[in-house]
Design a protein around this ligand. Structure first.
Ligand code: PEP
Ligand code: MN
Length: 342
């Protein structure tokens, strides 16, 4: 349920309502908009329905959230959520690009990639240390050695780092080293992992499962939010359909749908959707035009020799060119985007 308060109420009036919600045994989440404040309430909704809260002068109306997800629902907060990643606020209306290699392979390639993506205007470096691979015989990442390389390169470049966590046993370690925890498509419904990353306060980049509906996706985000971590970034990365020409089918409609349905930021990964690098630029531009808050793009200094996802990884110079195109599209649809620093 949400309690909508009258415009411009005093702090004292607000506190009175919050107190009453607590006395009923519900958890209030106060969210202040420009003129209005709303209180999202989690708990037994019948208690709220029966309580005489509507008679309080500060309360304008009480509305149910008719969705299975509550904390993730658009109505739950008065303004969109901004997730801080270094100096960037994902969800602030700008277009923010996170980029890097699928896997961290060694220090020099990570450093070279980080410098290039930073110079091209990326706001964060993404590199896999623990890799989910379809085959157990494929390269599965360098693990904690890669985390240390990410930390070093962050120190050198100032770029915040994003990396995937695959296992509940690694959450504390990855949360200690990385600025943002990626939960991959294959783990979107690993409820133990969602709960564990929800216990941290690190931003979580949650990727849509290969066969997850948008409702499943938002309920997965709800798991993280329900543990008290509000810093969730949703990432559409393509779903599996009957179509085989591309690696996945990028669900571009998911972007405007999610932007209406939730206050959480929504980014798009055109790399895993396309599966081949020549299609990545067009999908990246389409995502920005559709309203994405950012992009996650795989980049490699020598994609033909990459240890994972080389086919879809952009070369460093192509990435810089795509950033230009993304900036043009962002400007055409009235959105600010980061400019290169190098
Ligand atoms: C990745 O980001 O490299 C990855 C494995 O992504 P996904 O979970 O979307 O397949
Ligand atoms: Mn990858």
């Amino acid at each position: 349920m949400i309690i909508v308060l009258r415009p411009h109420i005093s702090e004292e009036d607000l506190n009175r309502v919050v107190e009453q919600v607590r006395e009923l045994g519900l958890t209030p989440h106060v969210s202040r908009g420009v003129t209005r404040t709303i209180i999202g309430c989690i708990g037994d909704e019948d208690l709220l329905r029966e309580a005489p809260l509507l008679s309080l002068p500060a309360v304008e109306t009480i509305l149910p959230i008719e969705k299975p997800y509550k904390l993730a629902a658009r109505e739950f907060t008065a303004r969109p959520t901004h997730v801080a990643l270094g100096a960037a606020a994902i969800g602030d209306g700008g277009v923010h690009v996170i980029a890097g290699p699928c896997s961290v392979e060694d220090r020099p390639m990570l450093r070279q990639t980080a410098e290039a993506v930073k110079a091209a205007g990326a706001v964060a470096l993404r590199g896999g240390a623990f890799k989910p691979r379809t085959s157990p015989y494929s390269f599965r990442g360098l693990g904690s050695a890669a985390l240390d390389m990410l930390v070093e390169v962050r120190e050198e470049t100032g770029l915040p780092v994003v990396t995937e966590v695959l296992d509940t046993r690694h959450v504390a370690l990855v949360a200690e080293k990385a600025d943002c925890l990626q939960v991959g498509a294959r783990n979107m419904q690993n409820f133990a992992l969602l709960t564990e990353v929800g216990e941290t306060r690190r931003p979580v980049l949650l990727k849509r499962g290969l066969s997850a509906t948008l409702e499943d996706f938002l309920l997965a985000a709800e798991y993280i939010l329900a543990r008290g971590n509000p810093n969730v970034i949703l990432c559409e990365r393509g779903i599996r359909t009957f179509e085989r020409a591309l690696r996945c089918t990028l669900d571009i409609g998911a972007v405007p749908y999610l932007k209406q349905e939730t206050h959480l930021p929504v980014i798009v990964d055109p790399s895993h959707a396309a599966g081949r690098r020549d299609l990545v630029p067009a999908l990246a531009m389409a995502a920005v035009a559709a309203g994405a808050d950012g992009l996650l793009i795989e980049v490699h200094p020598d994609p033909d020799h990459a240890r994972s996802d080389g086919d879809q990884s952009l070369r460093l110079d192509t990435f810089a060119a795509v950033m230009e195109q993304v900036r043009d599209v962002a400007a055409a649809v009235g959105r600010p985007s980061a400019t290169p620093v190098g």
